[in-house]
Design a protein around this ligand. Structure first.
Ligand code: KIV
Ligand code: ZN
Length: 520
């Protein structure tokens, strides 16, 4: 592949994506997403913002140690302690380690947020890049709010950071303000003004937010104008309206190679659907049905004319083959007669790296489900794995739940919980607006919490009346953070109660709030 035509896919699902309220993931969840990103063959994984919390540091360090293949990067402000933390976190990746430093450059940020003049910004940016270079040879610099920065000043910033040793300069559309023609013109202007961009010694990256729904369009326009790295997230998750969606960028490049003029990206598109489902489950952010590429309806043709055309020749109405992005690549389902070895082999085949203890726990759940369902599909098995991964240390575990409801009955739930380390269980009952509300209230009374349910989603994992139900809920327990709870099972009320308890346990187990606000 010609290096100059190669589009680097920089995935920031674990950093910018995870900044989305309620999307935070624990270490195991991040690691599984990291493994899937490696199978997807992205070029760069931005694994977190190491200085922000011990959890972020550990996640970046673990991913740098465990995940082979992609470059691993950590974000840092232009502040020594940030850069040193990022340097230490990516160290296990060796030559594949990168530090991504950022500093705002636009007039509004300089004047109102930072209170710094242009020359001071350049001085700090250069110092930051030089310090990062003492840790790693691959350094990326982002002039935050780049798209709203005066182009002449942006050129000065790019020249200065490249001279200081940055090999990638990312031009973020931080607030999703750009429109394609204008953004492309800015990228072309930078490309032509900075000799290292033309020579290929350094590359331009783009990072677009979706506030006007233009993140993908802006990223693609920038590629046409000379950008050679695109920052994006699986399912487009991210702050506010999200980031550019990885799957849309990749498939636009692959499907419309005629237009993009021979550029190539190394992503293994067959892993896209798996990545989408994993990220959706790990982040608790449900993918809208009509979402391009990965939504349930993305390839579902309902009109008779379309169906007829597709039967005659698929390309009449389909511009992509669904199998090329990983739809419909399932194997024969397992049944309750399948043994532990068969389950272990299938788990391995699905790409999960499980310990013996994990396999034992998943097999026990598999047997319970196998008794209730005729077939256990790969999606069901994946949901069980994900349930195992999202399991958090159980401050409280549920021994028993009994719920009564009906059209003439006040919904009532009786719940028995056990606190970790305590021999005795505690039991209480509550009425509620419905069976789930009653169960949630009973759990709150026992655990001493007062959660406000902000969102509740129930979806079936596979098809049929005996399908597994997956409950995802978002809860506010009174602090700034939104906590996600997840559960999977065949009984939706019990599963909802388990999902709520999962959120309660995450709340008790969380290591405090993150702050992304502080600036140098
Ligand atoms: O949106 C943004 O500006 C960012 C930077 C830190 C790259 O996420
Ligand atoms: Zn961003």
């Amino acid at each position: 592949m010609n290096k100059k035509n190669r589009i680097m896919i920089f995935d920031t699902t674990l950093r910018d994506g995870e900044q989305c309220p309620g999307a935070s993931m624990n270490l195991r969840e991040k690691l599984e997403v990291g493994r899937q990103l490696a199978r997807l063959k992205v070029d760069v994984i931005e694994a977190g913002f190491p200085v922000i919390s011990d959890g972020d540091f550990e996640a970046v360090q673990t991913i740098a140690r465990e995940i082979k293949g992609p470059v691993i990067t950590g974000l840092a402000r232009c502040v020594a302690k940030d850069i040193d933390a990022a340097g230490a976190a990516v160290k296990p990746a060796g030559k594949r380690g990168r530090i991504h430093v950022f500093l705002a450059t636009s007039k509004i940020h300089r004047e109102f947020k930072l209170g710094k003049a242009k020359d001071e910004i350049i001085r700090l940016a250069v110092e930051g890049v030089k310090r990062a270079r003492t840790h790693v040879s691959s350094v990326e610099f982002s002039p935050e709010d780049g798209s709203r920065t005066e182009p002449e000043f942006l050129i000065d910033v790019c020249k200065a950071v490249v001279a200081a040793g940055a090999t990638v300069v990312n031009i973020p559309d931080t607030v999703g303000w750009a429109v394609p023609e204008q953004y492309a013109a800015l990228i072309a202007q930078l490309y032509n003004a900075v000799p290292e961009f033309k020579s290929g010694k350094a590359i331009i990256s783009v990072h677009c937010h979706n506030d006007l729904g233009l993140a993908v369009a802006n990223s693609l326009a920038a590629i046409k104008a000379g950008a050679r790295q695109v920052e994006c997230t699986v399912n487009g998750i991210g702050e506010r309206a999200g980031n550019a969606a990885l799957e849309e960028i990749v498939m636009a490049l692959k499907t419309r190679g005629d237009f993009f003029g021979g550029v190539e990206c190394g992503v293994n598109a067959k892993e896209i659907v798996k990545a989408s489902r994993l990220v959706s489950r790990m982040s608790g952010l449900v993918v809208q049905r009509s979402k391009a590429i990965v939504g349930e309806n993305a390839f579902a043709h309902s009109s008779g004319i379309h169906q007829d055309g597709i039967l005659k020749k698929r390309e009449t109405y389909e511009i992509m083959d669904p199998q090329d992005v990983g739809w419909g690549l399932t194997e024969l389902p397992l049944t309750k007669h399948s043994g532990r070895a068969a389950v272990a082999v299938r788990l391995k085949h699905l790409g999960f790296k499980m310990t013996d203890a994990d396999v034992a726990a998943i097999f026990a759940r598999f047997k319970e489900i196998g008794d209730k369902k005729k077939f256990v599909y790969d999606d069901d098995l994946t949901a069980l794995v994900e349930g195992q991964i999202t399991e958090v240390p159980e401050t409280w575990s549920m021994d028993y739940i009994h719920v009564t409801c009906g059209n003439q009955t006040m919904p009532t739930a009786t719940v028995r919980l056990r606190k970790r380390g305590s021999a005795d269980a505690v039991q209480d009952a509550s009425i509620g607006d419905g069976p789930v509300d009653a169960a949630v209230k009973a759990i709150d009374r026992l655990a001493g919490t007062a959660g406000k349910l902000l969102d509740y989603t129930l979806r079936s994992v596979s098809e049929g009346q005996d399908a597994l139900g997956e409950v995802t809920l978002k809860v506010n327990f009174g602090s700034r953070d939104i906590v996600t709870g997840k559960g999977t099972g065949t009984d939706i009320v019990e599963t909802s109660a388990r999902a709520y308890l999962n959120a309660v346990n995450r709340f008790f187990g969380s290591g405090g709030e993150k702050s992304h606000d502080a600036q140098p």
